[in-house]
Design a binder for this molecule. Sequence first.
Ligand code: ASP
Length: 417
Amino acid sequence: MAIVEGDIVLARCDGSTYEGVLMPSTTGTTVVKLINGYNMGFKPENVTLELVEKKSELKGVQVELPPPNPKLPDISILSTGGTIASKVDYRTGAVTSQFSAEDILLAIPELTEIANYNARVCYSILSENMRPEYWVKLSEEVYNEIKAGADGVIITHGTDTMMYTAAAIAFMIDTPVPIVFVGSQRSADRPSSDNAMNAICAAKVAAGDIAEVTVVMHGTTSDDYCHIHRGAKVRKMHTSRRDAFQSINSRPLGRVEYPSGEITTYLDYARRGERELSINTNIEPNCALIKYTPGASPETLLFASANYKGIVLEGTGLGHVSTEWVPYIERTTDAGIPVIVTSQCISGRVCDRVYDTGRDILKAGAIEGEDMLPEVALVKLMWALGQTSDIDEVKKLMSIDMAGEMTRSSRTWDVYS
Ligand code: ASP
């Protein structure tokens, strides 16, 4: 009997066996949701599937959607996949990864008090399968929703690469309304799922006054509040904790209490209606992020400069690589390929003026990435190279704060303050 999505299967790969539910996949990967709630992806040629149990027929669920309330804002929800969009009923084996407004409101009825919704699936992928060209498409979708009158947009997204996509959208769109990214660390079928609270807090922010690209996720391991992070200043800092997302080199922009939905802000922000809607999706995706490690061959840069249009280095400490890399940096920048230096310390600001190596790196033409996250510097470099291939112009663009990705002064913030 043919195996279809939703069936319980035994997946055999490299001598190991995994039991779980066969998930939908748009990327050609075979995805199995294990009993512990995690999704496991296999190359189809490396895995054999054995049927354990057929999914039961799904009974259509009738949901009475309340009529749109003219007093509430209209929010568009764009789904891209990830844990937040996958739900398995282990009793029936039914898998829901595509969803409509009805599905969301059925699962989280509290949302109906906050806004009217319009929901659409843009992608149905795990976010490790995101690609720069998908950021472009998503950006256009967000732009179209706002142009058509949405008062806010929520993007549901896998947590692994949410910060890349959020940064990309922040560089590509100027927005007069909130654009809110939300995900979940634990899927809806797990008792500790964070998806309902994150979604409710995200809806509050999307209906509110912060007209920026933000990421709204659990602020602590309890269900007490969510943090509102700037999309270009946030990183997933833990593999599984619900409070994995933290603003780096900045306080979070604010927080949303749960369940009251009260919003407190800590930083200045662009208010609803303050900016004109505009979009610029030109990017050069062919850029690389290279982490320097002790003893790493500088020839890495030769390879990179032959294959990429721009390079972000994740250096040590204040932004260093070994002395033997310096001439290779010079060759790279002389060839018109920008090299941005960031730090693997993550917290703090790059300063290549303190030590000799740093000064030599600057003389070789490298550009300091200030206090940007390395991955955000990469996305920004893609965007900057989409505007110009002139290395001096790229340097100018890289040194302007465009979406809150750079702060003017460094301070280690206590994210829990
Ligand atoms: N790997 C998943 C993803 O990023 C994890 C998640 O959604 O939280 O899509």
